[in-house]
Design a binder for this molecule. Structure first.
Ligand code: BGP
Length: 478
């Protein structure tokens, strides 16, 4: 729909940016932090990159928050590292870990920046894995409950916006890549047990937040990739729906309705899958009413019919940022994903599609009528300082401008959006590509191989974003 006026953003809109502990903090061996599986993964699995120093935010947090303030932030989304709070199975929280997050939160609040905190962003403590078999064993449910309750008790007086588990759908869907899957031979069935346990952890976090945090609000963070149909062929439309179900809708329906949909129950029945739902589980779900959705959205996908006799193809991610390496999946009889002629692609073959942002917000609003906070969105690129020691990241400015404009249009369409927090504030480790794929508004002077001086250098996008957010979305810099 065409709107005559330019978009207006609500007063008190939360303008900020986003990060995750294991990708930005570093200091993995300091102040009593325990080992996380992601540390081990990041050290040995290429092209992951060693996270022991990352952007060294642990030691630079004051400087980083000062830069956020200078930029005009009113929010900052980050995650708490579970192994910093509970490094081992003693049941005693690590005072130094709590102190670090207290310092960070105080620094934010004192600078007028609303903290938005993710409880779990991929950093599974090694002891939880060894003792309970990680997400595979129900023992994690109480351990996670203990951890989140400690967070609510220690930080809930100042943190009002909480996010439960980052991209649970992607942790299941990309289980092999993100480390959730331990036994590839049986993952097809195991994934639903693992997912059910994650659902219980999510639900208990929602319940505990409402019990313990005065005025606290909590929501999940699905990784959203809206799916278009390749053509008007009705079979492509069904393929589109299938792709959407298996990559995101199963999760979103569950969070919002607090029960499993007929679609997934039917699938389990047909494939002889037992997700191990036990007595009492549904009672827990019934109480876990979420307040909003965090939305991570970078791109769109396009689906077409995959005939039952088409050869299957696994998703092959583009690991090195050389265009054309990504292979889209073919799931015979269900759907296949295809390239879209109407959009451009990044070096990692991610669709550059601002309209997807409006589409996802509209669609989620229609389905669930819950407010949303954009918790991730951004442009990953190869970058280094130019001869003047600067980063003139015009592509990122164009990307953000177009995406934010579409957020504004969704608001004009009547969608309730509370904030925009792109990925990322400073450069940080990409999940799969270390410093080779940068997203920041602020450059971190290091590469994967050379630590240089870790200086913070504002990119052109920092100045552009600052003007836009200080004018509450009026000064587009055109
Ligand atoms: C999201 C994750 C983030 C971040 C981002 C960018 O799925 O929540 O942790 O890494 O994707 O992805 P990448 O770093 O692989 O480009």
């Amino acid at each position: 729909m065409y709107h005559k006026e330019k978009p207006q953003f609500p007063k008190n809109f939360l303008w900020g940016a986003s990060s995750a502990a294991w990708q930005v903090e570093g200091a993995t061996n300091e102040d009593g932090r325990g080992v996380s599986l992601i540390d081990l993964n990041s050290q040995k699995k290429k092209p992951f990159a060693d996270n022991s120093i990352a952007s060294d935010h642990y030691h630079h947090y004051k400087e980083d928050v000062a830069l956020m303030k200078e930029c005009g932030f009113t929010s900052y989304r980050f995650s708490i590292a579970w192994p910093r709070i509970y490094p081992d199975d003693s049941g005693i929280p690590n005072k130094k870990g709590i102190e670090f997050y207290n310092n960070l939160i105080n620094e934010l609040v004192n600078n007028g920046i609303e903290p938005i905190v993710t409880l779990y962003h991929y950093d599974m403590p090694q002891w939880v894995d060894e003792k309970f078999d990680g997400w595979y064993g129900r023992g994690i449910i109480d351990a996670f409950d203990q951890y989140v309750r400690t967070c609510f008790k220690e930080f809930g007086d100042r943190v009002k916006y909480w996010l439960s588990i980052n991209e649970q759908n992607m942790q299941i869907f990309y289980g092999h890549w993100l480390g959730t899957c331990k036994h590839p031979e049986t993952w097809e069935k195991d994934q639903w047990k693992v997912n059910h346990i994650m659902n219980l952890c999510h639900a208990k976090a929602v319940i505990a937040c409402h019990e313990m945090v005065k005025d606290g609000k909590i929501g999940p963070v699905p990784g959203m990739v809206p799916i278009y149909s390749q053509t008007g062929n009705p079979m492509d439309q069904i393929a589109r729906l299938n792709a959407e179900e298996f990559t995101e809708k199963i999760w979103n329906d569950f969070y919002a309705h607090r029960k499993y949909s007929n679609f997934i129950k039917q699938y389990w029945k047909e494939h002889d899958i037992d997700p191990d739902i036990r007595e009492g589980d549904q009672e827990i779900f019934n109480q876990a009413k979420i307040d909003f959705f965090g939305i991570n959205c970078y791109r769109s996908n396009t689906a077409a019919e995959a005939k039952i006799d088409e050869p299957a193809q696994d998703y092959e991610l583009n690991k090195y940022g050389i265009k054309g390496q990504l292979k889209f999946p073919v799931v015979p009889g269900v759907y296949k994903l295809v390239y879209n002629d109407y959009v451009q692609y990044t070096d990692w073959d991610w669709e550059i599609d601002p309209v997807a942002m409006r589409y996802v917000l509209r669609n989620m609003w229609d389905l669930y009528q819950l407010p949303m906070i954009i918790t991730e969105n951004g442009y990953g690129a190869h970058e280094d300082l130019d001869e003047n020691g600067q980063i003139n990241d015009i592509e990122r400015i164009n990307f953000l401008r177009d995406q934010i404009y579409q957020v504004g249009l969704a608001i004009q369409d009547g969608v309730e959006v509370l904030g925009y927090n792109p990925w990322s504030f400073t450069d940080l480790l990409s999940t799969g590509n270390g410093m080779a794929k940068r997203y920041g508004l602020v450059f971190i002077n290091r590469t994967d191989d050379d630590l240089r001086d870790l200086a913070r250098i504002k990119k052109a996008s920092f100045y552009w974003y600052s003007k836009l957010i200080k004018s509450n979305g009026q000064d587009w810099g055109e």
